[in-house]
Design a protein around this ligand. Sequence first.
Ligand SMILES: [Zn+2]
Length: 550
Amino acid sequence: MGRSEPPEGTLALVNGRVLTFDAAGATLARSRATAVLIERGRIAAIGDDPAIVDRLGRRGDPLDLGGKVVAPGFVDAHIHAFDCALGSLKVSCLPPAVGDLSSLKARLAARAASIPVGAWVVGEGYDDMRLTERRHPTRLDLDEAVPNQPAVVTRVCGHMCVANTRALSVAGVEGRTPHPPGGRIVRDAAGIATGLLLEEAQGLILDVVPPADDEQIALALASTGRSLVAQGITTICEALLGASHPREAEIWTRVLSGMWDGPKVRFLADRRLLEDGVHHDLPVIGTKLFADGSVTGRTAALSQPFEGGTDTGMLIHEPRRLAELVGRSVERGLPVGIHAMGDRAIAAAVAAIELAGPAAATSDMAAGSAGTNAVRHRIEHCSLPGPSLAAMRSLQIVPVPQPVFLYAEGEAYLAQLGRDRSAHAYPLRTMIDLGLRPALSSDAPATSTEDASDPWLGVRAAATRTTWAGSSLGAREAITVGRALACYTANGASALSLGHRTGSIEIGKDADLIVLPADPLGSDPEDLVRLRPELVFIEGRDALGALRRT
Ligand SMILES: [Zn+2]
């Protein structure tokens, strides 16, 4: 899309440390290679400096990396870039970046100063339990930050929001406004609204916020692409095309055909988008289906009850209906990516896939070249697979887990699942030992943490299994940084049926590379989150523009 023409240039990277895969392909490791030759967007040669300089000949000067590390670019196999873009039009108030009311106010004030007079300031993601003050902001707090424009900020859970005085007055909420059905306008002892609006009462404010227009969204999406590249991500799979916005496919098409400077993109599409026959030329590699809800919302389908209750969550479809939906996707030539978190949902997803059988790829995106890339069904999240892993192995289903949840939602997992079950959540080690190839990913922006798309958050969590509060979720399922990197690169590429093109540093593959200032394999996992690539190449293109600046 847009950038499909590989650049003609030739570039030799020398005096680096090149990370390649061990013979089994399961671990990213240091190699003896110090240099990589890029020709026409592909990796043409890998070796030592003299050999690569020799191959370069008189076609320019080699680029001296000064001992820095060359690694494959990250593949985020499950992300919602469109939602990240929509979110970026709002002010992020997520922890840990917003850890007290003054930082929340500073962010809102900065946005108010950067937008036209009278425009709304919309924030989202504050968590009162993680603010130093341990309370909700009030109307007056927001007035201090944004005195002259309407402002509203939603809590991380989405069940409540706080409005400032101007927003309440624009929306016509006053002392006598009745509570709407299913909602509550919180008032103080004197009967004055504090600004906090619960459940359906949020609509009093949120329904009068003018929606973003397509142009704003397109610009935000292009900007999201650049942010992902800055994190070292060179390929993504947008995990639910067509459910966030009525014109999502059109906006994506427009952005990819001219404005996009981001990673390669593939799509899992909402089944309704495929069934409605909406025309688009986007590279869809599968149908997204849902088997259950979430662990933190206690709607994941479990075989044993959530902690402190008798509820076992819920399956979204009857097993026969789920199998029918998988079958329809297979008939269309597309594999499925089934959202399944609880063990009961994962078992249902595996059974549905077994009944439907494998998908025969019909599009070139899915087929790869010369049949070298089998098209695989996927289970998204795959949080508590339990005994289903063996069947997943024999059916060659790809688990697509998000270890960042261990960090960002780990405290909630301990509360909802207890210590034993949490120790078996996202069992990466068992998956790998069984021969499965988990494709690590972020699910951004679904995680309640700032910079949720940062791959290092997931790599660190896969290696440490420690929550944001420092609790351990058990080390048995921890994996090494080298393995986690393999899961976040080669396994991701393979999950997207792009294993023949990207995900590792091999001759003939696209030059999708990052250059890191330090060796992640030698770093303390805690330090990884500060690692930022200094150079990013996507099909040989200097995607950060860093070389043009020097
Ligand atoms: Zn998702």
